[in-house]
Design a binder for this molecule. Structure first.
Ligand code: SAH
Length: 464
């Protein structure tokens, strides 16, 4: 982030602009919405600017800018639409200690004006650091459509109510009250006028005051395989409402971004002191935060119920009488099988599919190898990289065909997804050659669907 977005108070400030044409007018239309005193320097101002001056909305000087004109101003806009004149006026403004913006010249500007969605006092600033003005405009258009024009009115009325709402305990109770106002009670009554909105606010406040403070709660949330678009709506909402998020190593940064900004984020997957935070520490964290009244999200990769040690955590919170629920997620086998264009089950091939772990706490995990070795069996093997040679050995020993297809999907659903196609015989060799650094799902008994049948997007991913 080169340009840091802030909101500048304009009350009692001076803003100076040099220029009298189209570019000047475009900027002035925005600036006239502020409370700044605006001075314009233009030897030949457009009639519209002259009219604004007559209406005393700005001060117009019918001449070129001179040294001394920008002294004490907060901002300066060079809008002369002439590179030489812009450079001259900008140099004066800089010398006089003012932040300079040259219209359409990102490089020489100290600040830029974002695209603005105006629902005063709610204003949304959109900036792309000059990289994609088209994108900024598209986002603006989207938001303009999405945000009701009454939003500003609701916010203004709400502002007058803030002191009273402070009677609610800080944090969740207050947030819940405001959410109900902005998304339910407010929009419902706004058409009836200010008085109706205010009485709705009062009713809402007494309702919220009488609610007993909610006790702490834990949501065990499946964060999916990594692509934030594979989160469920329930998972998104839980993240949105969480006071505390306790997350694992495989949770992608894009997903953590979705958590409420004020939420306390606790990484329990760090590989620093030992392989990871101990299960006991995690259990204690869950209990401690729920006891303090927090809405806790325990965010686990994929689906929390698949190889996630979920039961140990549930037992720990159950023992303390803490409420909890599970939000299902997309397990990595689902994402990985989608990536290879296959089905987990198929009529005539396999009527069941196994989810296996390559190793458990005791080491390599044992399974019913003889059953798996039968023709047509399919297994999704989690944590199967280290144990690949062991699994291969057991399966071959129990008579599995050497040519049985095996496919590894690394980083399923993520931008760096990779697919390794091999066979049982070649598994350890091909796996070593592929040098997979990320999490990988191993499919035993499945090959990627033939390239010709795949969608173009999938082929690209596979070749990448
Ligand atoms: N609860 C998780 C699994 C946790 S065990 C789930 O439902 O997916 C961790 C293992 O999951 C990893 O070793 C890897 O085998 C698999 N895994 C997790 N995320 C993955 C991803 N994006 N791509 C491929 N495999 C993944």
């Amino acid at each position: 982030m080169d340009h840091f977005p802030i909101y500048l108070s304009t009350k009692g400030q001076r803003i100076v602009l040099s220029g009298g044409g189209e570019a000047a007018m475009a900027k002035l239309r925005l600036l006239l919405k502020t409370q700044a005193e605006i001075s314009v320097f233009a030897p030949a101002p457009a009639p519209e600017i002259a009219t604004w001056a007559e209406q005393r909305r700005l001060t117009l000087h019918g001449r070129a800018l001179r040294p001394g004109d920008v002294l004490g101003a907060a901002l300066f806009y060079a809008a002369d639409e002439d590179a030489a004149e812009d450079a001259r006026t900008a140099a004066i403004a800089r010398a006089e200690g003012t932040l300079v913006n040259i219209v359409d010249n990102l490089h020489d500007s100290a600040f830029i004006t974002p695209a603005i969605v105006d629902r005063d006092p709610v204003t949304i600033a959109i900036g792309t650091e000059g990289a994609a003005p088209v994108l900024a405009r598209a986002i603006k258009a989207d938001l303009e459509e999405r945000l009701p024009t009454t939003l500003g009115t609701l916010a203004r009325i709400g502002k007058g109510f803030r002191k009273m709402a402070d009677a609610l305990p800080f944090g969740r109770p207050r947030r819940d009250f405001w959410r109900d106002y902005y998304f339910a009670a407010g929009p419902r009554t706004v058409a009836e006028g200010k008085a109706a909105v205010e009485s709705a606010l009062e009713a809402l406040l007494s309702d919220h005051k009488s609610r007993v403070a909610r006790s702490g709660h834990i949501a065990f949330v499946g964060g999916g395989p990594g692509d934030p678009e594979l989160l469920t709506l329930k998972a998104r909402r839980a993240l949105d409402e969480a006071d505390v998020v306790i997350y694992d190593r495989l949770i992608s940064p894009e997903i953590l971004e979705l958590a409420r900004r004020e939420a306390l984020m606790i990484d329990v997957g760090k590989e620093g002191f030992g392989p990871s935070t101990s299960q006991e520490t995690i259990n204690n964290l869950l209990v401690e935060h729920a006891h303090s009244g927090a809405q806790v999200v325990r965010l686990k990769s994929g689906d929390a119920t698949v190889f996630g040690r979920l039961d140990e955590e549930i037992d720990a919170v159950d023992a303390q009488g803490i409420g909890w629920h599970i939000v299902p997620g997309i397990t990595s086998a689902s994402a990985a099988v989608a990536a290879i264009g296959q089905s987990l089950t198929k009529r005539g091939r396999n009527a069941s599919v196994r989810f296996l772990t390559g190793h458990d706490m005791q080491g390599f995990a044992d399974h019913d190898w003889a059953a798996l070795a039968r023709n047509g069996e399919v297994a999704a093997i989690y944590m199967g990289k280290k144990s690949a040679r062991f699994i291969q050995g057991r399966l071959l020993m129990h008579g599995a065909a050497r040519a049985t297809p095996v496919t590894l999907v690394e980083n399923a659903s993520r931008v760096n997804q990779r697919i390794v196609e091999t066979t049982l015989a070649r598994l350890p060799t091909d796996l070593a050659a592929a040098n997979l650094g990320g999490p990988a799902l191993t499919f035993y008994g499945l090959a990627p669907r033939a390239a010709a049948q795949l969608t173009p997007q999938f082929i690209q991913e596979e070749m990448a």
